[in-house]
Design a protein around this ligand. Structure first.
Ligand code: 5GP
Ligand code: ZN
Length: 111
């Protein structure tokens, strides 16, 4: 499958990894918009939030159970933002479900 993030999971495209296990990969964004900016992705290819079903939704709780640990591992202090862009209007550029973690920056609500 020609998916950028599936290729990163497969190791065909290098990435700076923060964490990996059998279900998820966390790696630093190539174009960070905060002092700490990494992505958390499921290893299973799911296009976006819009493609979450009763059959694949368990990965969401798994990811969110890990997020606090990952934020701490990345050295985030003082809180963080979790974002998932879904579809064209939201600016999703990679059609493989991912959660952006942004930290070590004071953020306002209009990004
Ligand atoms: P989206 O715009 O779909 O919400 O987020 C995709 C993110 O993936 C962007 O923030 C972009 O900088 C990041 N990205 C795109 N290509 C690569 C890559 O090859 N390596 C890494 N580490 N990040 C990438
Ligand atoms: Zn994929």
């Amino acid at each position: 499958m020609d998916c950028l993030f599936c290729n990163i999971i497969a190791g065909e495209i290098p990435s700076k990894k923060l964490y990996e296990d059998e279900k998820i990969l966390a790696f630093y964004d190539i174009a960070p918009i905060a002092p700490v900016h990494f992505l958390v992705i499921p290893k299973e290819h799911i296009q976006s939030v819009d493609e979450i079903t009763p059959e694949n939704s368990a990965i969401l709780s798994y990811i969110f159970e890990k997020i606090g640990f990952l934020a701490e591992k990345a050295g985030i202090e003082g809180g963080y933002r979790v974002i998932s862009n879904c579809g064209a209007n939201a600016g999703q550029t990679v059609p493989h479900l991912h959660f952006h973690l942004l930290g070590n920056k004071e953020m306002n609500w209009n990004c």
